[in-house]
Design a protein around this ligand. Structure first.
Ligand code: UDP
Length: 236
């Protein structure tokens, strides 16, 4: 597969066309941003870790019946994925209160939730990714009802599987963000990435944070945390 022109550069990844119109190449960068781009930095080796971890988890999800964009890892930072039209939603799954939920509802971080919470945010940087509900999504035509039903059921299934995999390495999955896309055949599949950039991981015993909150909140040991979660899950 030939790497052709760059189609898009995001905050953490670049996307290139290939000689197959249904396949794109993603390249993971070490760049990190937070607070809608207000805070910028780099996390050494992050691109390599996120590429590997996301591919590892997507392959695990595929084996368990969740369709994903993953095709093939071609280098330490590059992966071939199915080209999709992204559903313009960030799908947030929460098991324990943290981050914006804690702020919004005045819940101390770490408060367990009686039920898994699904939230949707409209992907729009200028608007700061506002939270929306299924009525807004239907009214704006961002996704139809059958698509939203599939998104919710995949998100909950992914949560169950990820919780099990992380629990096995003494990590609690606090919350995470997913993105879905539609292929040229109209199939809904999981896209984007699953990594310490998009999940909150806390050590089950010490509650130490092993994710991007170390960067967002200037907690130090950012690279070490990415390395730690990576080696727990996949070995060295
Ligand atoms: N998240 C993400 N991208 C975003 C917003 C959130 O990957 O643009 C992830 C974040 O890492 C966390 C979860 O979604 O695991 C919930 O984030 P929250 O709504 O609490 O927002 P934050 O506190 O990060 O602003």
């Amino acid at each position: 597969m030939k790497k052709l022109n760059q189609m898009y550069e995001g905050k953490a990844k670049k996307v290139f066309a290939t000689d197959d119109p249904n396949v794109v190449l993603v390249e993971y960068k070490d760049d990190a941003t937070a607070f809608n781009g207000l805070k910028k930095g780099t996390i050494g080796g992050k691109g390599i870790i996120n590429n590997r971890m996301s591919n590892y988890l997507m392959q695990m999800l595929e084996k368990n019946g969740v369709p994903t964009h993953y095709i093939e890892e071609i280098s330490d930072r590059e992966t071939l994925v199915k080209k999709v039209t992204i559903v313009p939603l960030e799908v947030i799954v929460r098991n324990v209160a943290a981050g914006s939920l804690s702020k919004r509802l005045g819940l101390p971080e770490g408060t367990p939730l009686r039920k898994t919470v699904l939230e949707y945010c409209y992907k729009n940087d200028e608007l700061g990714d506002p939270m929306v509900n299924e009525y807004h999504i239907a009214a704006m035509g961002w996704a139809d009802q059958p698509t939203m039903e599939k998104i919710a059921s995949y998100a909950l299934k992914i949560n169950t599987l990820l919780c099990k995999y992380f629990k096995a390495v003494n990590v609690d999955l606090i919350d995470f963000k997913l993105e879905f896309g539609l292929t040229s055949d109209g199939e809904l599949i999981l896209a984007d990435e699953i990594s310490p950039d998009t999940c909150r991981f806390w050590d089950s015993t010490t509650h130490e944070k092993l994710d991007k909150d170390r960067f967002r909140r200037d907690l130090g040991g950012v690279e070490e945390a990415y390395q730690e979660i990576s080696s727990r899950l996949m070995g060295e």
